[in-house]
Design a protein around this ligand. Structure first.
Ligand code: PRX
Length: 651
């Protein structure tokens, strides 16, 4: 018998069939799974998007490159904004915006979005921006960030949005790689009651990004920032006098395959990859998934609590929801400012019915305690979603129970910057959900699990997640690096996309994501995924969050080291340590029992909230730390190192 690529040790028996009333009204009904690949995407493409010229061919697949909706001409902003206004929905709210400083609120209707987008697009034209001119966007969570993206798409200028928490170096790398000619930013952003100096950071970045000729600066906090004469323009001054009538700046007819944006993703290695997304396939993919997976209704108030700077923000705050004419919530600040109930206050105020967030946020709320949610009426919520990392079953349960009132379906959605759209997810009116499982590939998506040699792994087995057919929103390559594109995603199994994630399929055909394959541990010849051991730890009532990794061990190859955060900021003890080791042994077996446990108030995370196990491995093996530039808070890993060292001396 060959050793499986990844073994399965965690079993989860809880099941939640969709509530009957939800199922009866759901956008996706069971026959959706009977639709053929071609028919599904053909129909969605024709009916969900408005075309200036219809497409003549559904797709073309010349591995590893795909094209979709060939021959078609359309415009993303026309689909997201103008057509809704033309259909009489101009007064519908596109975004309920909530600023971080209390009391600062603004509703932006579709008509306003159209006017503001047109004005900015006209202003950008005066700076020489036209079809094909690359534009960088470096902003916080303000409506103008979406307006900037839409203004670019209106005139056919591809954008790259750089998350507002990134440093000057990260910003200049991206601006330089894409050869951006214009940067749109703001004076400062609000964050947890203090300001983030976006313009000053941009100034520093621009020294290394000579392609940028002009900078547009939105006034947000109003504090003084340096402006360079001839290069920098205040947004409000630049748009003054520009017409806001959509006819003054018609939406540019774009080819289906014209570049919409690049989004840089760093992964674990040095140079970020410019992931390329094009026009029609991307928009169709994000709008279709948004409609069926989130079950949006015409009167929904949908809140995706991600940042616009990540792909989740692009696909499910801006392009997908706006294409569907959905009212969304846009919140500028952090979940704990000024208090830990800020999110729940927002849900109550706007009567949010759909909430989409990440496991890291859910675990933070778990750590703070459910009493914060209890202060508010969350009965408007109808559906909850999760994305970004595998969700521990206990976090899933907590989310459903304390936020969803034990009533709402929870959709755990698997996808990547590269896939552009959600690929594996329950459909909330159809799927019986299981805490911790992303369940089924979306209709028109062909996902499978392969072993090392490329054979499909049957039910129960673990292996590597692959996608066997192209999909409309798939990346069209890595900008200016064909070789890296082929090598990263297409070299393991030939013409099959390798996602870099481990997964298993259970007896019902449901997918369980097991994290990045680089994180898989090898203990006495057993290949164990980090997520299952972490979930066993989080299953303990006092544990809020856990990360595990393997460290070299003379006897077992690798030994498991766990880093654990307890609820309510509690400190660990020797008794607790033993209790947790035994808990894991009971829950999933002695093989997975951590050799040691380090208690820590925080775990090292990327700026998008993913746990960085690679650094924990460095700590466990007492190596010098690898690249820490993607860490959200570099202090955390230092603290963990001190704690681990202290424990080693105590032993
Ligand atoms: O490892 C998977 C994890 O996040 C990776 C993609 O990250 P990024 O490109 O930043 O996009 C995040 C938002 C789509 C994947 O390769 N991941 C994302 N969603 C899930 C997940 N892992 C398990 N379950 C998920 N639902």
């Amino acid at each position: 018998m060959t050793t499986p690529a990844i073994e399965t040790i965690l079993t989860e028996d809880r099941r939640y069939p969709p509530p009957e009333d939800f199922a009866a009204q759901a956008n996706a009904q069971p026959d959706i799974y009977e639709r053929s690949f071609d028919e599904f995407w053909e129909t969605e493409g024709r009916e969900r998007l408005s075309w200036f010229e219809p497409f003549t061919q559904l797709y073309e697949w010349k591995p590893p490159y795909a094209k979709w909706f060939l021959g078609g001409k359309t415009n993303v902003t026309y689909n997201c904004v103008d057509r809704h206004v033309e259909r009489g929905l101009g007064d519908k709210v596109a975004y309920h915006w909530e600023g971080e400083p209390e009391g600062e609120r603004r509703d932006v209707t579709f008509a306003e979005l159209q006017r503001e987008t047109t004005r900015l697009a006209n202003a950008l034209k005066t700076l020489g921006v036209g079809k094909g001119t690359a534009v960088g966007i470096y902003m916080g969570m303000v409506p103008e960030a979406a307006i900037a993206m839409l203004a670019c798409a209106r005139i056919g200028a591809p954008h790259t949005v750089v998350f507002g928490g990134f440093s000057a170096d990260s910003l200049s790398d991206r601006l330089h790689d894409m050869e951006c000619e214009v940067l749109i930013t703001q004076d400062e952003a609000w964050r947890r009651g203090t300001t983030v100096p976006l313009k000053r950071t941009a100034d520093e970045a621009l020294r290394e990004a000579p392609s940028v000729r002009s900078v547009v600066v939105l006034r947000r906090t109003g504090n003084d920032v340096p402006m360079t004469e001839g290069r920098d323009f205040w947004w409000h001054e630049l748009v003054e006098g520009e017409p806001d009538d959509p006819a003054s700046c018609p939406c540019e007819p774009m080819d289906s395959e014209d570049l919409l944006y690049l989004l840089y993703t760093s992964g674990t290695t040095a140079k970020p990859k410019g992931i390329a997304h094009t026009t029609a396939g991307y928009l169709c993919g994000v709008a279709t998934t948004h409609h069926y997976i989130f079950d949006v209704e015409p009167d929904s108030v949908y809140w995706c609590a991600a940042d616009i700077g990540w792909v989740t923000g692009h696909s499910y705050i801006v392009y997908g929801p706006l294409c569907n004419g959905t009212t969304g919530v846009l919140y500028e600040g952090t979940p704990d400012f000024p208090d830990k109930d800020r999110w729940w206050e927002i849900v109550e105020r706007y009567e949010v019915d759909i909430l989409y967030t990440a496991p890291t946020a859910i675990r933070a709320h778990m750590k703070w305690g459910h009493e914060h949610a209890e202060k508010h009426d969350l009965s408007s919520l109808r559906l909850l979603g999760s994305v970004g990392e595998p969700i521990n079953p206990e976090a899933w349960e907590w989310y459903r129970r304390h936020i969803g009132g034990g009533r709402t379906p929870v959709v755990d959605t698997w996808w990547q910057t590269e896939t552009g759209m959600i690929m594996i997810s329950p459909l909330p009116g159809i799927t019986t959900t299981k805490p911790g499982s992303a369940t089924k590939p979306f209709p028109g998506v062909d996902a499978a699990v392969y072993d090392e040699s490329g054979n499909e792994v049957g039910p129960g087995g673990g292996g590597y997640l692959v996608l066997r057919r192209p999909w409309p929103a798939m990346l069209r390559g890595i900008y200016k690096d064909d070789e890296r594109y082929a090598e990263t995603y297409w070299s393991k199994y030939g013409d099959v996309y390798f996602a870099g994630d481990g997964a298993r399929i259970d007896e019902d055909g449901d997918f369980w994501l097991l994290g990045r394959v680089d994180d898989v541990m090898n203990v006495s010849g057993h290949r164990i995924s980090t997520i299952e051991v972490e979930s066993a730890l989080v299953d303990h009532p006092r544990v809020a969050e856990a990360a595990v990794c393997g460290r070299n061990d003379a006897q077992t190859g690798q030994a498991i080291v766990a880093y654990v955060t307890l609820k309510g900021g509690e400190d660990g003890s020797v008794e607790m340590l033993e209790e947790l080791r035994n808990h894991v042994a009971r829950k999933i077996g002695p093989i997975a029992k951590p050799a040691n446990i380090v208690f820590t108030p925080e775990l090292p995370k990327t700026r998008s909230g993913k746990i960085m196990r690679r650094l924990l491995r460095d700590v466990a093996e007492q190596r010098t730390l690898g690249d820490t530039t993607t860490l959200a808070d570099p202090g955390v890993v230092e603290e963990i190192r001190d704690r681990a060292a202290a424990e080693a001396t105590e032993e």
